[in-house]
Design a protein around this ligand. Sequence first.
Ligand code: HEC
Length: 151
Amino acid sequence: MSRRGAHLAALALLCADAAAAAGAGAAAPGVVAPRGLTARAQADYMLNCMGCHLADGSGAPGKVPSVRDSLVRLASSAAGRRYLVEVPGAAQSRLSDLELAQVLTWMVRNLSAPGVPRGFADFTAAEVAAYRRTPLIDVRAARAQLLKEPP
Ligand code: HEC
C-alpha cells in the first residue's frame, strides 16, 4: 500500500470509529466525551484545519497565528468564545454546528501549550449556532483586542 493509501486507510479507521460513536449522541456536561467523538473531531481537524494550523497548532509565522497559547485565554471569556466561532476558518468551514463545536473543543484540549483549566466548558452546538452567522469585520483587530484584555 502506498503511503497515501496508508494515510487514507488510517483516516477511514478514524471515521468508522467516529460513525460507531455518533449513535451515542453528545456527552452530557461534565462527562468526558466517548473516545469516538474525540477521534472524529481529530479527523475533522486533520481534514479541514490542519493544512493551515499544522498538527500542533503552531501555524505559519506571519500568516496563520499559533493557537497554542491563545485558545485557553480566548475560550475563557464570552467575547473570546464568540470570536473563536466567528473566525472565518471556523465559521465558514463545511462542518455542522455540532462538528465545529467538537473540533473547537478538541483544539482547546489538545493544542494548548499551557494545559486546560479545570473549569473549561466544552463548546456546544447551540453556542456555535448562535455566533456562527455573524461575520467578523476585522479579524486581526478583534484578536489583538481580546488578547490584550486581562484574562
Ligand atoms: C486557509 C487557512 C486556514 C484554514 C483551512 C483554517 N484556518 Fe483557522 N485561521 C487561519 C488564519 C489566517 C487565522 C487568523 C485569523 C484570520 O486572519 O482569519 C485563523 C484563526 C483561527 C482561530 C482563532 C485562533 C486565534 O488564536 O486567533 C480558530 C479558532 C480557527 N482558526 C479555527 C479553525 C478551524 C476550526 C478550522 C477548520 C475547520 C480552521 N481554522 C481552518 C487560517 C485557516
